[in-house]
Design a protein around this ligand. Sequence first.
Ligand code: ZN
Length: 456
Amino acid sequence: MNLESWIHGVISLNLQNDDEFRRFSGKSFLHLPSRYAVESYQLYKLNQALRYCRRNSPFYRDLFLSTRAPSEDLRDLSDLASFPFTEPHHLSGNPYRFLCISQSEIARPYTFITSGTTGPQKKIFWTQSDLDRITSFMSAGMGTVADPGDTVAILLPDGKPNSQAYLLRQGILKLGAVPVVGDADLNANELLQLVEQSHCKVIFAYARKFFRLSKELEANHDLRRKGVRVLFLASEYLPDAMRRQLARIWDCDIRTHYGLTEMGLGVAVECEAQKGFHFNEAELVLEVVNPETGRPVPAGEEGELVFTTLNREAMPLIRYKSHDISRLVPEPCVCGASSLLKIDTVKKRLESTATIGVGDEIYPVLFDDALFDISGVVDYQIIASRVNGIDQLTFKVEMAPHQAGEISEISRKLRSDPVIAKNLSARRILEPEIEIVPWGGLASVGRAKKLIDDRR
Ligand SMILES: [Zn+2]
């Protein structure tokens, strides 16, 4: 099933069960898939959510009062822009002030840290029905790549009750497929064993970690004959070179998904067009804003993704600044989901960018396409330093077993990058340093969201 049918299914169900929604919409054709139906549903739910927050959330009651946010219902989705933002640091301050329910109704406090392994902890609360909606979306997302009856292997850490692996497992069960939860830290041979024994058709895994294991197995095993149909990868950005290699190694389709813990883990899934994501518009309203001014950017331009939850009971979030940078793709998607918006790939986070030389922006995945195009490269890390007042980038590059790192090839690829070429010729950066790291050397940084190690 595709995501568009699922979202319109949710809207139809709401029409069936909610007299007020039927009266609000005043239209009889809302059960048919259209952009109009999605936006009418969102506007109706958004007004409900804002009223709910004003009544029940101490945080939003105070914030709306102090910022003189409108107290009447919105007449258009764009009116949401007159509400204040919620910043990630608000969640690490006093998350209990967000709560709209009594603490006894919380099914799950989810504590997490974003941006690598540092930064303040945040807490998110969900009720059981919040969790049910989350697993329904996971089921719908999984349904874009798996069929009922398929075995789906999940390689995520921590299968404890209500962990991400646990919820995804529930989602797969809702779909009528068969989940098999493997250890996220399994080694290459354990992965091979899991695939052979479970006969899984779909594998859900972290892209970089899975790429590493695949490269290791590739040398001695023909993975094309293992029957895997789709690799469903968690990745902020999957470089084309990595996608091509994985598709070749496993002879299968590759899809990615975009998640954000605050928004219920699963947010968006890549469609068969493989260029961007459709997202859960039954649960989320998206705005794209200039991260500095907070104003909406013109359609199709890059900005920060800002999400508002529509149905959350425990802890609704209004205009939550994700710090993820992307854009809405204005052209219609070739997959045909004409009533849905589409988010382009997410390459940058606000915390992950740095400037070098004449003031050019760099971010951790900027060189992915260049470096993963070299067949032995498994991972790399960027270190920014300053030598005698001039910026220098050091690339630690890890190679697959039995693959010697060709420093000259890596150097050539990097020098052809426009940002590096421009700053080299302006003499505003030093030649990039390249350090070949032995197999496994970057394994520990592979799982966290990548950051540039800025030592300046
Ligand atoms: Zn599409």
